[in-house]
Design a protein around this ligand. Structure first.
Ligand SMILES: Nc1ncnc2c1ncn2[C@@H]1O[C@H](COP(=O)(O)OP(=O)(O)OP(=O)(O)O)[C@@H](O)[C@H]1O
Ligand SMILES: [Mg+2]
Length: 272
């Protein structure tokens, strides 16, 4: 019955319609701009309140700040998962409402907190990034995601079923499969919503290396918990209560008297 209720719920979701004048994003440069963006989830109060920032092509913006501050929400507005309450988000100077959804989402790759894998083989799950890619391209993506060696160590390799009766994957392995997917997709814009869950040091290093490589040459917004990711960002924004309350480079923010970033950073180092 629960399954059936869920099925009816999905049928009730109105299909997403493109604006009749929507255009394709041809060659994507990858500049992202938020212009006075406010947003609330249905029936709630504002979750984002007048947020503005620009990420130039190929640059990396790190979002840090307390839980519930609005970081994931900012990420989800870029592929137009929700409609804005106020303001404009544009890519390469084009309002995303004026872009065909399919074209917009081709340009954006996401690695999320909750990894989304479906029943099926490891191959199916990686190919989801770009259906039609060749076997060689799929393996290349898996290598770059640092998951190839693990997959080939399995009895059925890329044909291993991820489903209930198949391979049990750890959080780190699932995350690397989702990274392989994005390598295969090769988008101009990358959104990384890093998992907070603790990984062992070896897995952490594997994932960090894969992510660093994935960022190369792309415009990246990263919700970062790992200090290494934060420090190398071109700009860091502290998001709290639906606003950006501090921004600058690591060095600039460390110089702020009573700065929030400085406090977060100092606390994290004390914990290690
Ligand atoms: N789908 C949703 N419907 C309604 N409210 C939501 C939804 N998703 C998030 N919120 C609310 O929006 C606010 C911002 O949430 P968001 O997930 O953006 O925070 P975050 O900064 O990513 O936090 P964390 O560091 O814990 O991941 C929170 O108050 C949250 O309860
Ligand atoms: Mg989040």
């Amino acid at each position: 019955m629960t399954g059936f209720a869920r099925f009816l719920e999905i049928l009730d979701v109105p299909p997403e319609v493109d604006d009749p004048e929507a255009v394709d994003l041809d060659t994507v440069r990858g500049e992202i701009r938020f212009d006075h963006v406010s947003f609330r989830y249905e029936g709630n109060s504002d979750v984002l309140n007048d947020v503005s920032f620009t990420v130039a092509r190929g640059q990396k913006l790190a979002l840090v700040g307390p839980s519930g501050g609005g970081k994931t929400t900012i990420c989800h507005l870029i592929p137009a998962f929700y409609e804005l309450t106020e303001g404009t988000i544009s890519i390469d100077g084009i309002d995303i409402r004026k872009l065909k959804k399919a074209s917009l989402r081709d340009a954006v790759g996401i690695v999320q907190q909750d990894v989304f894998l479906f029943g099926g083989t490891i191959r199916d799950n990686i190919l989801y990034g770009r259906p039609g890619a060749t076997e060689a391209e799929m393996i290349e993506a898996a290598k770059r995601a640092r998951i190839h060696d693990f997959v080939t160590s399995l009895e059925h390799g890329y044909d291993s079923e991820i489903g209930e009766r198949g391979v049990k994957l750890s959080g780190g392995q699932k995350q690397r499969i989702s990274i392989a997917r994005v390598f295969l997709k090769n988008p101009a814009i990358l959104i990384l919503d890093e998992a907070t869950s603790a990984l062992d040091t070896t897995t952490e290093i594997l994932i960090q290396d894969a992510l660093d490589e994935l960022c190369e040459g792309r415009t990246t917004i990263v919700v970062a918990h790992r200090l290494s990711t934060v420090k190398t960002a071109d700009e860091i924004a502290v998001v709290s209560g639906g606003n950006i309350i501090e921004r600058g480079t690591h060095e600039e923010l460390m110089e702020l008297e009573n700065g929030i970033y400085k406090e977060l950073y100092t606390l994290q180092f004390r914990g290690n």
